[in-house]
Ligand binder design. Sequence first.
Ligand SMILES: [Zn+2]
Ligand SMILES: [Zn+2]
Ligand SMILES: [Zn+2]
Length: 254
Amino acid sequence: MIVKLLGTGDSTGTPVINCHCKTCEDARRRGWERKRFSVLVKNNGKVILIDTSPDLRRQLLDNKIERVDAVIWTHCHFDHFGGFGEFYRVQDDVVVYTTPQIHEDIEKYMRFLEYKPVEVEEYKPFKIAGIEFTLFKVNHPPVEAVGVMMTWNGYKVVISGDTNREIPSRSLAEIMNPDLFIVEALAPSGKFRKHMNAKEALELSKVINAKKVVLTHLGHFFPPHSIASKLYPVGYDYQEFSFKEVKLDEFFRN
Ligand SMILES: [Zn+2]
Ligand SMILES: [Zn+2]
Ligand SMILES: [Zn+2]
């Protein structure tokens, strides 16, 4: 199983259009960026996308993905589903898994795009490509939002989705002891109604006893990547984690 971060940016991405802060200028000068959020999961020759980033076309071309077998949406914000339009005239049988409420929220924007909706309930596992997925409730007011847990060959990978620190206790119980925790952190510090900062994300990682942590959904509030990566376990676009059939302690390369 391979898990790859296709986009580690927040809703605007980095650099932000018309922003000339130190981080955005560094990104332009050195040619790095943070695309909008999507996670690619590959197993048994199948491709699953967690969220469809507005940068999806570039992400699929760069990673030579020619067909997507399933999509899972975490919530109805543009930076998480907007790229679904990239399937237009490319692939017309995309199967999308999410909760009934999130389907309803996103369907409003999908009038001329066809897809196959599959409704799944929080905390009820379902299988795609030999991986067991479970959606769990998070807290991202005012919309309904879920995180995604994957188990495969004894490994557990948890993706927080967009959330503040007030994650329901049932969810915390479900996501304990992950091998890899991909967790959102909008900024190094500061209080946000819908999101966590890096301090909160790292504290949460300790609470759930995560073996390896990678921060994602990062805004331009972080220092330039070369500096941020020395201070925090920040992810980067196209960072890949590969899991071997036989569970090893050092499972990943990145
Ligand atoms: Zn977001
Ligand atoms: Zn900026
Ligand atoms: Zn959001």
